[in-house]
Ligand binder design. Structure first.
Ligand SMILES: O=C(CO)COP(=O)(O)O
Length: 125
């Protein structure tokens, strides 16, 4: 499965902990990430992650283009709801495209847990 991982700065540590917790799942997936998030994941876990540009420099839009081309199966995006983002229009565009193409997108850890539970059981058949 092709999974995109994204986290705003205040949520990056949470995402790393989430990946650690679900390492058995993530090590068997094809992973994409926005630039800084991907760099942190690689450094922390050693996983193979294909990195797009950093979010504020177009990374969310790159992931959005992959969604539009049907090359992403799921997005886990730990958003920071308390900090204004200069590239908020790009974030909104990604959320919109995930709705257009019906791609599961988790924007917080609780939803991510539910999505992973579903996907890991689906994987088994
Ligand atoms: O800003 C982001 C998502 O909107 C994430 O980008 P980085 O992973 O480059 O920090």
């Amino acid at each position: 499965m092709k999974i995109a991982l994204i986290a705003h700065d205040e949520k990056k540590d949470d995402l790393l902990r989430f990946i650690d917790k679900h390492m058995d799942f993530f090590r068997n997936q094809i992973l994409y990430a926005t630039g800084t998030t991907g760099g942190r994941i690689i450094k922390h876990t050693g996983l193979d992650v294909k990195r797009c540009k950093s979010g504020p420099l177009g990374g969310d839009q790159e992931i959005g283009a992959m969604v539009a081309n049907n090359t992403i199966d799921c997005i886990i995006f730990f958003r920071d709801p308390l900090t204004a983002q200069p590239h908020e229009p790009d974030v909104s565009a990604l959320l919109r495209l995930s709705d257009v193409y019906d791609v599961p997108l988790a924007t917080n850890e609780g939803t991510a847990e539910a999505v992973l539970y579903h996907l890991s059981h689906k994987d088994r058949g």
